[in-house]
Design a protein around this ligand. Structure first.
Ligand code: SF4
Ligand code: FE
Length: 489
């Protein structure tokens, strides 16, 4: 397995083409806006080296029998699924951000089971392709992005009906040795700092969309592939090196537009190529795993938010107020409810035809549906406890300024420290740190990961409601009511 440093160094060897603010970023590994998201993925490597977390972070490969990072694992039991959720909560606690590597893990498990079923029907060899690819990933301990979301254009139209055919990723040429694909994937978490990307279809498809029913793995720096980095609220604060105003200067998430401009994919990396009736299965399974993931990662970030809110209360001297205690109880209740959903859909997991374990789809969708709401309430309560200072506090430069301003020669820094003093025994700087952290996670750059990603990541709320409707077994429940009440037909 790679160390965190080896992971970061491995990225330097890639030729990934990254654009941001209208320019090509050559040294993206050290770019201050991008680097926190790289540090965040690096935590998944660092924790795997720590004996304290060995049981959660590492596991024996079902393919090679070797010790691997759990982020590259095919789940072999319900216990594996539970450990995955616990691992994600741990990573959330250590980073207070989206650490990105889970999308690849969720893609591995979805592609593994789906390719098995495609091969059984079509006599293809996609699972063999995938197993060889995954063994390489496990051996080299790579980070792999799982790319699903197409731009989609006019949502009322199928892929082949779009005015611009590139609005869904598609095969534009089939050759004896592979395929040429064209199109893009949007808001791709962790794409820039991944070694490889697995591409998957974004919706269930009909025969007319066969060219769009395509899945494959591709190096992140393949010829013809480039990325345009996504903006985050207050992202330029990250240019203020080490400044308290950044809020979380070590870690952050990232999203990017990934464009494939006539990229050639050799046969050995193809996992679906025209078998349109399996597109829906792949989407459903990947989404199910990623909806389970949120019952771990967002809970870990929630733990840090709750801790920061409790500190804000303590620094203000209000920690004993009954309404503060009650708000912290409510935040904990909401956060642990999300965790319960993540654990429940894992415990109820069962083997796929291919042998790896899948979560309970209904419970995973309920998990994610709750994630579309509870972090918003947790953030509201955190802002309530923090007070308005979270959004009105002067800059760190003011706190550190020695420009005289007062009638007695007091500096701006002294004035700021005087009027923003916390309770006795707590430094104003510590108060600043907590306020800026809460700003960062509630409405700043990290809010992308904790708020809006909670809403739209792994599918928007309506996508879960469709699945809940499908899995909810209303007919079976009607029968129960009839049996109890003695209704015959
Ligand atoms: Fe992982 Fe959560 Fe980020 Fe998805 S949102 S990539 S599950 S940390
Ligand atoms: Fe996500």
């Amino acid at each position: 397995m790679m160390t965190a440093t080896e992971y970061i160094d491995s990225l330097r060897k890639l030729k990934t083409r990254v654009y941001m603010f209208g320019e090509k970023i050559d040294n993206w590994v050290d770019h201050p806006i991008i680097r926190p998201s790289i540090n965040c993925v690096a935590v998944t490597y660092a924790l795997a080296q720590n004996p304290e977390y060995e049981d959660l972070m590492t596991v024996t490969s079902s393919l090679t029998g070797k010790k691997i990072n759990r982020f590259t694992h095919l789940h072999q039991s319900a216990e594996d699924l539970v450990k995955k959720v616990k691992m994600l909560r741990l990573c959330g606690r250590k980073t207070a951000s989206c650490f990105q590597r889970c999308v690849g893990m969720d893609a591995f498990n979805a592609v593994y089971s789906t390719t098995y079923e495609v091969d059984a029907v079509h006599g293809t060899h996609y699972q063999e392709n995938f197993k060889n690819f995954l063994m390489m990933v496990q051996e080299r301990d790579l980070t792999v992005d799982g790319a699903m979301t197409d731009p989609k254009g006019d949502r009322s139209k199928a892929p082949h009906e779009q005015k611009d055919p590139d609005l869904f990723l598609r095969v534009v040429e089939r050759r004896p040795d592979g395929i040429v694909v064209n199109g893009a994937k949007v808001h791709q978490t962790g794409a820039v700092n991944s070694h490889w990307i697995i591409f998957m279809p974004t919706i269930a498809m009909g025969e007319a969309d066969s060219d769009y029913a395509v899945s494959f793995a591709c190096p992140a720096d393949a010829e013809g592939l480039y990325m345009v980095y996504g903006r985050q609220s207050c992202d330029t604060r990250k240019l203020e090196d080490g400044c308290i105003d950044v809020g979380n200067s070590k870690f952050g998430g990232q999203e990017a537009l990934v464009v494939l401009d006539h990229v050639f994919i050799p046969n050995e990396y193809i996992f679906l190529n025209g078998e349109y009736e399996f597109a829906g299965m792949l989407v459903e399974r990947f989404a199910g795993y990623h909806r389970q993931s949120y019952g771990g990662c967002k809970v870990g970030v929630g733990d840090v938010v709750i801790g920061a809110a409790a500190l804000a209360a303590e620094y203000n001297g209000v920690e004993k107020a009954s309404h503060i205690k009650d708000k912290l109880i409510e935040m904990t209740h909401l956060n642990e409810t999300l965790y319960s959903c993540g654990i429940a859909c894992s415990c109820e997991g069962c083997p796929t035809k291919a042998g790896n374990y899948q979560i309970d789809l209904l419970l995973a969708n309920v998990c994610k549906q709750n994630v579309t709401r509870f972090p918003y309430e947790i953030v509201r309560l955190a802002e309530d406890i923090a007070g308005g200072l979270m959004v009105t506090m002067p800059s760190d430069a003011d706190f550190k300024s020695d420009l005289p301003v007062g009638s007695m020669g007091e500096t701006i820094g002294e004035i700021c420290n005087k009027y923003f003093a916390a309770r006795e025994g707590v430094s104003t700087e510590d108060r600043q740190k907590i306020m800026r952290f809460l700003e960062n996670v509630c409405i700043g750059a990290a809010a992308v990961g904790y708020r809006t990603e909670s809403l739209h990541g792994a599918g928007s709320p309506q996508a879960q409601r469709v699945m809940i409707a499908r899995q909810g077994d209303i007919q079976g429940k009607k029968k129960l009511a009839k049996a109890i009440t003695g209704i015959q037909n």
